[in-house]
Design a protein around this ligand. Structure first.
Ligand SMILES: NC(=O)c1ccc[n+]([C@@H]2O[C@H](COP(=O)([O-])OP(=O)(O)OC[C@H]3O[C@@H](n4cnc5c(N)ncnc54)[C@H](OP(=O)(O)O)[C@@H]3O)[C@@H](O)[C@H]2O)c1
Length: 344
């Protein structure tokens, strides 16, 4: 049987989704973006991935966030996206803002990760092929490489943009000092860094505390938050203390059951109560809490089902908080242990 031809919802820009300017640039990102780190790999049913991608675009999500090694297996999330480009999204290419990255573990040997020109260039070529694209909208250096001269990594970003393989350059998880160097280097070469991607959620406020958020704003870059739900902790998924089969925590790799301490569970349940008082689920409130701040350009959610995606988009209905609500949340967070260490 032939697949039905996808036709995007004509009402996708009806005003429910809003778009925020990324720093001082022409980039306008949907407040909610869809990330393909998990749930879109070769191990996941293509039909479910397709359904979520279609639904997202139908609801005005235009920013899709990928990286070379998303899967599993590595590369397969880009292949999934490439299949959907071919089957559905090609007529809408100019509306889509597609990101990919390189810098984490990808292929064996000395050039399979980090920030060398060799890694970044080879990786992007392969990403474009997998995704059936001529260019990506933003190419990120996925992480700071302390051993490769930063000039080499950044010059590669400049060249990638000048060659038209990416329209814009971005950095992810760079510490403050390296980020300052990057903003300056890139600006001086007329390829400004227009987006910084970092982990930010109720349980991990390091980007606030370390000045990364303020710095991005001062430097004219947008800030995009990844893992806004702390990989699912900030939802009703684990509130009972049980680890559901099929959940990210049940795979015990990126999210381990050990993090579910009594202290964390108590804090999460108390936060869920604040959310209930606001007429939201915990996931909706967690996303709204990030979007209350105009320094945050977009939040990248990762979803394993259509229902999760629908719920997360509901967050947009109420993204304002009273002083009292914010103070209540801060008091709860002060008493809640964070499961995070490092930059993710
Ligand atoms: N730059 C970087 O280094 C970096 C690092 C990490 C992520 N990212 C980007 O950020 C994206 C999002 O990261 P993330 O996947 O960690 O985000 P997240 O939104 O914090 O967590 C996603 C997980 O939370 C659960 N979830 C989502 N919505 C839910 C809901 N409404 N109710 C219950 N559970 C819900 C799902 O878990 P289950 O699978 O258990 O259902 C889902 O897989 C990635 O896809 C990637 O694009 C970038």
């Amino acid at each position: 049987m032939m697949d039905e031809v996808y036709k995007a919802d004509e009402n996708r820009y009806d005003g429910t989704m809003r778009y925020r300017r990324s720093g001082r640039s022409g980039i306008l990102l949907s407040e909610v973006a869809l990330g393909l780190w998990h749930n879109f790999g070769g191990v996941n049913p293509l039909e479910n991935s397709k359904k979520m991608l279609h639904y997202a675009f139908d609801k005005g999500v235009t920013y899709f966030d990928l990286a070379n090694n998303y899967g599993p297996p590595y590369g397969s999330a880009e292949e999934t996206f490439g299949k959907v480009m071919k089957s559905s999204f090609m007529p809408y290419r100019s509306e889509l803002f597609i990101a990919t990255k390189a810098g984490h573990d990808m292929w064996p040997g000395p050039y399979g990760e980090w920030g060398s020109r060799k890694n970044l260039m080879n990786s992007l070529h392969a990403s474009l092929q997998r995704m059936n694209l001529d260019y990506v909208d933003v190419f990120y250096s996925h992480r700071y490489d302390p051993d490769t001269p930063l000039e080499e990594t950044l010059q590669t970003l400049v060249d990638i943009v000048k060659q038209g393989k990416a329209l814009y350059a971005g950095i992810s998880k760079y510490p403050t000092e390296a980020a300052r160097f990057a903003y300056n280097y890139l600006r001086q070469r007329d390829v400004p860094c227009l987006v910084y991607q970092g982990r930010y959620n109720l349980l991990d406020r390091a980007v606030e505390q370390e000045g990364i958020l303020d710095q991005a704003q001062e430097e004219g870059a947008g800030f995009v938050a990844f893992s806004p739900l702390a990989q699912g902790l900030l939802s009703d998924r684990y509130l009972s203390g049980k680890v559901a089969e099929g959940s990210r925590m049940s795979r015990a790799h990126f999210l381990r059951p050990e993090v579910l301490t009594d202290g964390l569970l108590k804090g999460l349940n108390a936060l869920a109560e604040v959310a209930r008082d606001r007429g939201q689920t915990l996931a909706e409130m967690a996303l709204a809490w990030l979007l209350k701040d105009d320094k945050v350009t977009s939040v990248i959610v990762g979803t394993s089902s259509l229902e999760q995606l629908q719920m997360n988009l509901n967050a947009l209905k109420n993204t304002s908080f009273s002083e009292e609500e914010l103070a209540r949340i801060d008091r709860l967070l002060a008493a809640t242990p964070s499961p995070f260490t490092g930059r993710g």
